[in-house]
Design a protein around this ligand. Sequence first.
Ligand code: IPM
Ligand code: MG
Length: 357
Amino acid sequence: MRKTICILPGDGIGPEIMAQARKVLERVGARQGCGFSCTEALIGGAAIDTTGGPLPEATVAACRAADAVLLGAVGGPRWDTIDPAIRPERGLLGIRKALGLFANLRPARLFPQLRRACFLRPDIVAGGLDVMVVRELTGGAYFGEPRGVELRDGVRVGYNTMIYDEHEVARIARVAFETAMRRSRRLCSVDKANVLDVSRLWREVVVEVARDYPEVELAHMYVDNAAMQLVRDPAQFDVLVTENLFGDILSDEAGCITGSIGMLPSASLGEGGPGLYEPIHGSAPDIAGQDKANPLATILSVAMMLRHSLDMPGAADAVEAAVSAVLDEGWRTGDIREEGCRLAGCEKMGDLVAEKL
Ligand code: IPM
Ligand code: MG
């Protein structure tokens, strides 16, 4: 049966990177003799401009009806002053919640070809850099109630609630242990259990779940130390699991030390239902529409989609190999350019990867 992909281009560079991802997807489909049906829907600022809100009902329905969702990016300065309740980012958070996508996998891998783009000293990354951040995605301070900004005795007060119940912690811990089982069987759980009650529960539950995974070597680390260790000695990590806000921050950090956030894909998964795949980077309004964006994070997200949602691991490998082959030939987008490289725009980069397939 033809698989259906719901495409959400979003804002800024979203449409242009998505066009490249789609090109690659179509080529893969043709090669494997299994075309995909792509539907397209509005999200973020693009949805606000047309429908007045960042996540129209029709978009949620189109995502639910699909086998997988591919998203570009949302947000931009145009909507920065809008009512916070309908900001473009609310569209992204809303679709994650609506689809129950509690597990966010963010692999931070340094392509050997990009070693010179890495921000760390060569001796630190001599052994390569390959960390998987498993970020909880539908809980914590992002969604906790109560939240708000209000006047208390004439003083403005802003607050959020970082809250997790034990089931939410246990299910993300399971995803992390399963991920570790498929990798080097080392898992580091990141929390702030020396200060936060919610982290104390987090750690307690992770330890309970660990009993089902005796082969996995479990460590715990406070988030401040983890942020430091990631740049000091990233090779000590294999799989990291952490709550939503810590994961947001650490995954950008882990991503950026691999050279460019423009290279990093992600998968957001729930219990059944479609997964959502998106680059980690944002909408980059400063370069939008100029054919400068790096489409590789989105193309690598297509690979994750083929692997996790479409049961096409061979095709996923092929896409990753195609990206690697293009880098081998010295092609680079602006964000990863280096002396002597062959500079490619967004569209050219998409063409190059598609040609390799
Ligand atoms: C991310 C982004 C989002 C987040 C924003 C755009 C809502 O930073 O996917 O990491 O904070 O989750
Ligand atoms: Mg982020």
